[in-house]
Design a protein around this ligand. Structure first.
Ligand code: C2E
Ligand code: CA
Ligand code: CA
Ligand code: CA
Length: 281
């Protein structure tokens, strides 16, 4: 037992050294990634109850020269902590608005322009000039801000509530919409929803995974859907993988759907091309 304990300790220490080194390297590489053009946008379609395309979420990808495609789950937390997320996030927003501008121009009159949703990290959202930067980006790209949706997480609203709410109102006044990401996983309070300029919440995948299930497991999902319906807020179910989940969520008044069951994230160019092809049919 003693030997095992010692081995564990050694492993633990070397594991720590390894992770610190790895993290340091990641940070250095992230610094260069933007300049070298290694980031790219992928888009995952979102659908309404009739399975019509209504929009897409922008998901960042890092094409690392050696490691290949790196998941944002790995590098976003590092970029968030180092502050690099601010420059990266500004790049994402600007690219997304350029893409949206193209979509607006390729959409025939009378047809709906897809809503483009962009993730904004807490650190980026809290920068003092965030509202100004968004306004500038909208002006420079010439987009209609009503086609833009910003996804923020609910914890952002709890920890810096009054500041965050003021900022949301200023952005909403520009004409863009807000979505609360990963809804239900943080310190959500139904009470604050009413006070926010919200058009949508995203039901976290961990809840979607539970349905259809036993009554105890689905209580939260049903409560969230019922509350949102009463407040007139759309709910996007994220991570919908099966038809059973889709049927269940639809029966419980969920309004929007995103997940592998419908579409996986694809490179932005491919998404645009596929949409154009579908429109020609
Ligand atoms: P998220 O905002 O919750 O994004 C949804 C994640 O679930 C995406 O992973 C997406 O590919 C994945 N997903 C979608 N449908 C399904 C499904 O049916 N099954 C499964 N198993 N997964 C599904 P991804 O692209 O790896 O992104 C991970 C997280 O990274 C995102 O979580 C978001 O928090 C963050 N992120 C991505 N892009 C950006 C960005 O541009 N800025 C910021 N700040 N964060 C980003
Ligand atoms: Ca998101
Ligand atoms: Ca999410
Ligand atoms: Ca999630």
């Amino acid at each position: 037992a003693k030997r095992a304990g010692r081995n564990n300790l050694v492993n633990f220490e070397s594991g720590m050294v390894e992770s610190v080194t790895r993290r340091y390297r990641l940070e250095q590489e992230l610094k260069q990634a933007l300049d070298r053009g290694e980031f790219e946008l992928h888009l995952q379609s979102q659908f309404d109850r009739d399975e019509r395309l209504i929009g897409a979420e922008v998901l960042l990808r890092w094409r690392h020269p050696v490691r290949g495609l790196v998941s944002p789950a790995e590098f976003i937390p590092v970029a968030e902590e180092s502050g690099q997320i601010i420059a990266i996030g500004e790049w994402v927003l600007s690219e997304a608005c350029h893409l949206l501008h193209g979509l607006e121009h390729s959409t025939p009159p009378g047809q709906r322009v897809p809503t483009i949703s962009v993730n904004v990290s807490p650190r980026q959202f809290r920068t003092p000039d965030f509202v100004d930067r968004v306004r500038e980006t909208i002006e420079q790209t010439g987009i209609d801000p009503s086609h833009l949706m910003i996804e923020i997480t609910e914890n952002m609203l709890v920890s810096h509530a009054s500041d965050a709410i003021a900022r949301m109102r200023a952005l909403a006044a520009l004409g863009l919409a807000f979505s609360i990401d990963d809804f239900g996983t943080g310190y959500s309070s139904f009470a604050y929803l009413k006070r926010l300029p919200l058009s949508e919440i995203k039901l976290d995948k961990s809840f979607v995974d539970d349905v259809p299930g036993t009554p105890g497991d689905t209580a939260m999902v049903e409560a969230i859907l019922a509350m949102a319906a009463r407040l007139g807020i759309d709910v996007v179910a994220e991570g919908v993988e099966t038809c059973e989940q889709f049927d269940y969520l639809k029966a419980n008044d969920c309004t929007r759907f995103q997940g592998f069951c419908f579409a996986r994230p694809v490179p932005a160019r491919q998404w645009v091309d596929e949409r154009l092809e579908a429109m020609e049919k």
